[in-house]
Write a protein that binds this ligand. Sequence first.
Ligand code: AMP
Length: 284
Amino acid sequence: MLLFHHIHHLQNFLQQAKSKQTTIGFVPTMGALHKGHVSLIQASKQQTQLTVCSIFVNPTQFNNASDFEKYPITIADDIRLLELAGCDVLFLPSVTEIYPHGLENKSHYDLGFLETVLEGPTRPGHFQGVCMVMERLLSIVQPRHLFMGLKDYQQCMVVKRLLYLKNWEQQIQFHGCPTLREPDGLAMSSRNLRLNAEQRAIAPVIFEALHYLKQQLATGWLQQIKMEAANLLLNKGLKIDYVEIADADTLEPVKEWNGTQTVTALIAAFLGDVRLIDNLILTS
Ligand code: AMP
């Protein structure tokens, strides 16, 4: 695997690859890699000829300074995992490489309704920061294919919206990849490393709550079942940001299910000071 810290070195290399018609797949990450990330590398390897992974803990998408400071960094392990996965290129830039003019967001991304629900109000500025870094990374790598995890469901929708806003939909094909889970159902996440043993034992309740919503959807009492799912979390001591059932295409909250609409359940909750998110399509 080749490792680049600097944009111009990476671009020189990618330019040569592109001149030989090599199809490039891109997997952006913030590191502390796990099998979920590896599954994105594998998806890219299956569909492209050259896979570029980036590791960059993006300061502009953290609305909480201590969350940023405590974000796990495991670069040596990450490099080992990427080499085992057969990743071709790792881009590991510094903050000044990505943001030479500072961290201030000069362009406002019109995310419309998407920014007003779920993660939007609970993490102000988060998706603007996601768009800022994704615009920069995509401009640098200019991949043909982009692989991201549906674990961050709303983020996938935001990035698709960014591709639309930048008129990049034709050049860059977006792939939303399935969520990899631990055997007990907990969605794999870099933040799981911050859970202590007791919290780790409790954490699968998030998936249990999603699963409960899936089982109960057909009852039609969405308000009721959301309350019951929330109680599962509260009883285990989690602090809830949201438990929502939403249209899978728009993220518009669904009050009554018509039996055919594709709906998804989304949960964000704190275990101690670790914020976890997860989601599950309820209608498949
Ligand atoms: P992150 O490093 O958390 O920014 O995640 C980098 C990419 O990996 C994002 O596209 C995530 O949605 C994706 N990802 C994170 N966790 C998982 C998982 N458990 N399964 C599949 N993809 C994931």
